[in-house]
Design a protein around this ligand. Structure first.
Ligand code: R5P
Length: 299
């Protein structure tokens, strides 16, 4: 198997290649003067097996186009492609919330699978069930790296009474998984979003049972608003708060918002480029490598 990293990959492809002892397949990409993307694999491989790695943030739409171009170029030579997307963009609009809306996730997944894939692998996708449905039978694997966070958090906070907090019902599986690895309990906050204004209301009463240290776990931290409202509530009750975010986009002043709400530390995976200092970025490569082997994707 060969590993090819697309321009959005923040280094996971190179890490996997060295961890798994795989050869790297170089990718060349540039822009045409009008902004369109050109992509080429200078060493043509025929009938091979390729692990294609991409993160779809930032510049989500360009990152998607790179995936589509790469799949076409590899597929034309009869290669079998396993696509590892460390951050799947457009994933939160996973259905039609208001009539007439595009269900963006479906469009993205269908576009990618239509290009021909052996396997789609995501790292902590927002709604893996919706991805699986959109795949319509194709092979799909979602990796939930609870143990990567648990290892780092236990090293520092081991021995404390820990509660893992899911900011909404969609994060319950993620929280359960992390709590299992940390040996703590977990609570799920209920969230209601006004689909027209986008305004979010939380019922925070579930947090009253939180223990001494709360680990707020989320797939994406974008503006930081979701985590900050939970952290403010917890810190005002004397609970210490750390954040475990798979994909720390940290748009604008999101990090400052977290700090102001009392968050003591933010852990994030290197699935998107590091947004800023102060965040502890964890390397997901050893975990992903092991899962790819376990699933037989890498022999
Ligand atoms: C939404 O359901 C996601 O899981 C995250 O909770 C959300 O994207 C966080 O966004 P923000 O940081 O802007 O509140």
């Amino acid at each position: 198997m060969l590993v090819a990293s697309l321009p959005g990959d923040p280094g996971v492809g190179a890490g996997l290649a060295s961890h798994l002892g795989l050869e790297v397949l170089p990718v060349f990409s540039r822009r045409f003067p009008d902004g369109e993307i050109y992509l080429r694999f200078p060493h043509v491989v025929e009938g091979g097996e390729v692990l294609l790695v991409q993160s779809m943030y930032p510049a989500q739409s360009d990152r998607l186009v790179e995936v589509l171009l790469a799949l076409e170029a590899l597929g034309r030579y009869g290669n079998r492609v396993h696509l590892l997307v460390t951050y799947l963009a457009y994933a939160r609009q996973d259905r039609e919330f208001l009539s007439g809306e595009a269900a963006s996730l479906r469009s993205i997944v269908r576009a990618v699978t239509a290009c021909g894939l052996e396997t789609l692998v995501t790292v902590d996708a927002h709604n893996p069930r919706a991805v699986r449905e959109a795949m319509a039978g194709g092979r799909y694997l979602n990796l939930v790296p609870g143990e990567v966070f648990a290892e780092a958090i236990s090293r520092k906070y081991g021995g404390r009474g820990i509660s893992v907090v899911a900011p909404d019902r969609g994060a319950a599986d993620r929280a359960r998984e992390l709590a299992k690895h940390l040996g703590g309990d977990y609570v799920v906050v209920s969230k209601v979003r006004d689909r027209v204004t986008g305004r979010v209301e939380h019922d925070l009463s579930a947090l009253d049972s939180a223990r001494d240290l709360a680990v707020v776990v989320d797939d994406i931290v974008s503006t930081g608003g979701t985590v900050a409202s939970i952290a403010s509530y917890l810190t005002s009750r004397g609970v210490e708060v750390v954040v475990a975010a798979s994909h720390a986009l940290l748009v604008g002043d999101a990090y400052e918002r977290l700090v102001e709400s009392g968050v003591r530390e933010v852990y994030a995976l290197q699935t998107v480029p590091p947004a800023r200092t102060g965040v502890t970025y964890l390397n997901p490569v050893p975990y992903i490598a092991r899962e790819l082997r376990r699933e037989g994707i890498v022999k």
